[in-house]
Design a binder for this molecule. Structure first.
Ligand code: NDP
Length: 400
């Protein structure tokens, strides 16, 4: 029996709240806080006041405000589903109140896109000394992709050597241009330089300049572009046998054309500009005019395929496996009124929380997902709407 405080009330949080609400044996009392309290109230109305016991307006950039709310609610765990900018203030508040912490994205400073864990890893000793735990990146990628890698290393290989994480959204939401999660974070991620790990060092590429056409299960061939993604940093640290680790995401031509135009005219800039006497960050303004990812669910067709290709050695022989999940936008909409990208993030956030609260994954300190036994989590994934599969490949689809 546990009390949780969920921070954020966007596309991902809506899924986590609804999933947690169905499991009173783990999430006895749910409290919800976010910048715009009306979004919390709407979710509370949908789920019921008997499950979401209280809602609060909160500016989670302010650690003291978060600390005061934690002292008021007294949760065992804070589930941070706001934006990466809020990770550190929320972790500070958890430290001050000795409360466990979980998130789905690494901390980001507002003025520079970094996508790295350094700031949060700094909290390892402080969390350990306080006897509390932080679970970092409990979404799909990062999150489940880390566990697919850990599962492969545990059950299928003596040593893993090559890792390619692939993220395909084969769906169609019918909009000219929209992102499937927070537009500001998504566009920061896509427009940064590409980076991958090879032979003990990071190598950089121009943004979206390296392409492979990959065949995705139940979707077909899609153009896939190499980009940097945060789980690569923790995976190469925790699996030092990796000779190469890369991340690929699919983009359609129309999406890329829109993105290039937006970049060319300066709309993806993250530095403030002066506009009519006010400081405006172009990307924040762009976010305000783009469709809200949470609103895309109705009429969204097709599915996602996210997984990891892993090549390694077993009993002296090289082999490749693909561990993946397909998630259908229409089915997730039917189940919880959300599109598949919110769903594939919100469900792992619920499962990570469940495993912390029931003690399966409880250990003081700051941890990435692959530092725990992947099996209990992957079992739960099968039970809560995200079944996964393993395919033995004849050969890796990637050129060496
Ligand atoms: P949304 O923009 O839909 O939701 C973010 C929520 O956080 C909004 O309710 C927003 O409030 C709230 N928020 C923003 N700033 C603050 C603040 N200062 N204080 C309190 N609340 C605040 O984003 P998503 O739901 O799409 O994404 C949520 C998180 O999940 C992001 O960090 C994203 O990077 C991560 N993510 C992780 C994935 C993974 O696989 N690991 C995949 C997809 C997303 P308001 O309503 O006022 O804007």
């Amino acid at each position: 029996m546990s009390r949780v405080l969920i921070i954020g009330a966007g596309g991902v949080a809506a899924v986590t709240v609804k999933k947690c609400a169905r499991l009173p044996q783990y999430f006895d009392e749910i409290y919800l806080a976010s910048r715009t309290v009306s979004k919390c109230e709407a979710l509370q109305k949908e789920v019921g006041e008997d499950r979401v016991k209280g809602v609060f307006a909160l500016d989670a950039d302010n650690a003291k405000e978060v600390e005061d709310l934690i002292n008021q609610v007294k949760p065992e765990l804070v589930i941070n589903l706001a934006l990466p900018y809020q990770d550190l203030p929320i972790m500070d508040a958890c430290l001050a109140t000795k409360t466990h912490y979980l998130d789905t994205a690494n901390y980001e400073p507002k003025d520079e896109a970094k996508f790295e864990y350094s700031w949060q890893w700094e909290y390892q000793k402080k969390f350990e000394d306080a006897g509390i735990m932080a679970l970092l990146g409990s979404g799909f990628d990062p999150g489940v992709t880390n566990l697919f890698t850990a599962y492969a290393a545990k059950h299928h290989f003596d040593e893993i050597h090559y890792l390619d994480i692939v993220d395909c959204n084969g769906g169609d939401h019918g909009q000219a241009f929209a992102t499937n999660f927070n537009p500001e974070i998504n566009i920061r991620e896509i427009t940064q330089r590409g980076k991958f790990w090879e032979n003990g060092e990071w190598k950089e590429t121009d943004p979206l300049s390296v392409r492979e056409d990959l065949d995705y299960q139940n979707i077909g061939v899609r153009a896939s572009y190499l980009m940097y993604h945060e789980e690569l940093e923790s995976l190469v640290k925790h699996f030092p046998s990796l000779k190469r680790a890369r991340f690929w995401m699919t983009f359609g031509d129309a999406y890329l054309t829109h993105l290039r135009v937006l970049e060319a005219v300066g709309m993806t800039r993250i530095d403030p500009i002066e506009f009519q006497g006010q400081q405006v960050v172009p990307l924040e303004f762009l976010k305000a005019v783009l469709p809200n990812p949470g609103s895309l669910a109705e009429g969204y067709t097709g599915m996602t395929c996210i997984g990891t290709y892993i090549t390694g050695v077993k009993d002296g022989k090289e082999k490749t496996i693909f561990v993946f999940n397909n998630c259908d936008h229409a089915k997730t909409n039917e189940e919880v009124g959300a599109q598949a990208v919110s769903y594939t993030t919100g469900v792992p956030a619920m499962i990570g929380s469940m495993l912390m609260l029931n003690g399966t994954w409880m250990k003081p300190g700051v941890w990435n997902m692959e530092q725990f036994d992947p099996d209990p989590f992957l079992d739960q994934l099968n039970q809560h709407g995200l079944p996964w599969q393993v395919i033995e490949c004849d050969e890796s689809p990637f050129k060496r």
